[in-house]
Design a protein around this ligand. Structure first.
Ligand code: HEM
Length: 469
């Protein structure tokens, strides 16, 4: 892996062909062992609910593939880098299962993040050009401007609520880059408000699918429903405005509006709508969570901030950081990659087997739900020396080549790999460099940096004082 040394914005990925699979008939394959510690009736569910990070991380001691009992349901957990790579790259698994069904119910059924098969392939072809490496420089000025705006917004000595600040900038960058237009500025703030409410309510609806209870008109449900309605309304407004303007800038929204289905017909309104939501929602949640984790790291390791400041000084001097500088900020990039290793925004992934298949010599029946955790894989002592230690230099080219394949895939691999890996690395590099060059950071009273387990992983509540350099 050459994360720190490449002149571009390499994302820490591995793609390539799936590892060879076992060709023995199903009957000769073994059932994976059941993980220890299951309780009568509840199975492993209580452990998964109580401390999912610790629970998923220790599963590797029970086997490469283990069965979990979640109430009456069996779920297959995959615990080695090679086998998670095999799942991500295999055509035998699709996006489905309870996690996705609850997301579809809220965000729409026709977006790229939840579609499968030919529809998914066509949708990826439509959105991919907006995220290609050669498209990223066009977003540079917006990313650099938003990073600089953050530095100007924050005052020395001020206590900052990093949750709000992180999600705000993440939404603004996605919305301004991918759906260009000056009208976006105030809408970006509205999208941000709606998403903040939705993200906190969404995880709860996923892990506690209490159906009708969420329709009871108590304040939390009313607020959630208002935010959801507002997000859908905002997307309709953005699409209508773009159409009314008659403009067709070279951006993702134009690509969606001009997209054709497999018969050469324009795609339907619902699909355009769901696509915008399917891209803006994961884009903001993940980047916002990563910015929070980066700020946490900068408060816990002030020496890293000092080194980033030195790197910025030597590469950029005293002028504001421009997009062209970012690819030379290799230490900064390595801090980001190491943050992604220890605090991967996407900490859990699920798939469903579409056919009887084999994994690591074990039988996986059609319809089985699989789960694996980038968090557990990326903290495994078998893949990383001093695995819990924050060490950005492990991403120097001479050291990163020793990292086992698929032991570092925060953007996933295969056909569902995040389209936005280069985009996100460019954005995070510019933001981290700009804020660390301008300020030192310390946590303020009331801050609670323990992990918050939601749709993404991030600190619970991060209150930070920005101090002058
Ligand atoms: C998918 C991570 C930023 C849009 C994914 C997946 C991961 C991921 C792991 C694969 C999910 C799976 O396999 O089930 C991240 C991380 C990010 C990030 C760590 C930031 C640091 C973004 C941004 C956007 C975005 C900025 C858009 C603006 C998407 C979409 C998918 C996706 C549309 C679904 C792709 C598909 O199913 O074909 N992301 N993401 N992501 N991401 Fe990202």
């Amino acid at each position: 892996m050459t994360v720190g040394s490449s002149p571009e914005f390499p994302a820490p990925l591995g793609q390539e062909a799936p590892p060879p699979s076992d060709t023995r008939p199903q009957a000769e394959l073994l059932e994976p062992p059941v993980a220890g510690g299951a309780l009568p009736f509840l199975g492993h569910g209580w452990k998964l609910a109580r401390d999912p990070l610790a629970f998923l991380s220790q599963l590797r001691d029970h086997g490469d593939v283990v069965r979990l009992k979640l109430g009456p349901k069996t779920v297959y957990a995959v615990t080695t880098p090679a086998l998670t790579g095999a799942v991500a790259l295999s055509p035998h698994y699709i996006i489905a299962g309870p996690l996705w069904e609850s997301l579809e119910g809220l965000l729409g059924k026709e977006g790229v993040a939840t579609a499968n098969g030919p529809l998914h392939r066509r949708q990826r072809r439509t959105i991919q050009p907006a995220f290609r490496l050669d498209a990223i420089p066009a977003y540079g000025p917006i990313m650099a401007e938003e990073a600089q705006a953050l530095v100007e917004r924050w005052r020395s000595g001020e206590v900052l609520d990093i949750t709000a600040e992180s999600f705000r900038v993440a939404v603004r960058v996605s919305a301004r880059c991918l759906m260009r237009g000056s009208y976006m500025d105030d809408r970006a703030d509205r999208i941000c408000g709606a998403l903040a409410t939705l993200f906190s309510g969404m995880y709860q609806r996923m892990v506690l699918p209490l159906g009708p209870l969420y329709r009871i008109p108590v304040p939390a449900n009313l607020e959630f429903n208002r935010a959801l309605a507002d997000l859908h309304l905002l997307v309709d407004e953005i699409v209508a405005d773009r159409r009314a303007s008659g403009q067709k800038p070279d951006d993702l929204l134009t690509a969606l509006l001009e997209a054709k289905d497999d018969n050469g017909e324009p795609i339907g309104e619902q699909e355009i709508h769901d696509q915008v939501i399917a891209i803006i929602t994961p884009g903001s949640e993940t980047v916002g969570s990563m910015i929070m984790s980066l700020l946490l790291v900068l408060t816990e390791h002030p020496e890293l901030g000092d080194k980033i400041r030195d790197e910025v000084k030597s590469v950029v001097g005293d002028r504001p950081i421009a997009f062209e500088d970012a690819r030379k900020l290799t230490f900064t990039a390595n801090v980001i990659v190491e943050t992604m290793r220890l605090y991967p925004a996407v900490w859990i992934l699920t798939r469903r087997a579409v056919t009887d298949t084999e994994l690591g010599g074990y039988r996986i029946p059609a319809g089985a739900d699989l789960v694996y955790s980038p968090y557990a894989i990326q903290r495994d002592a078998r893949s990383y020396e001093r695995h819990e230690e924050f060490d950005p230099d492990r991403w120097l080219p001479e050291r990163s080549k020793d990292v086992p394949k698929y032991a570092m895939t925060p953007f996933s691999v295969g056909n569902r790999k995040c389209p936005s890996d280069h985009f996100s690395m460019a954005e995070l590099t510019l933001i981290t460099a700009a804020i660390a060059a301008a300020f030192r950071f310390e946590q303020a009273p009331g801050s609670d940096p323990r992990p918050r387990i939601g749709i993404t992983l991030r600190p619970r509540r991060l209150l930070v004082r920005a101090l002058p350099r």
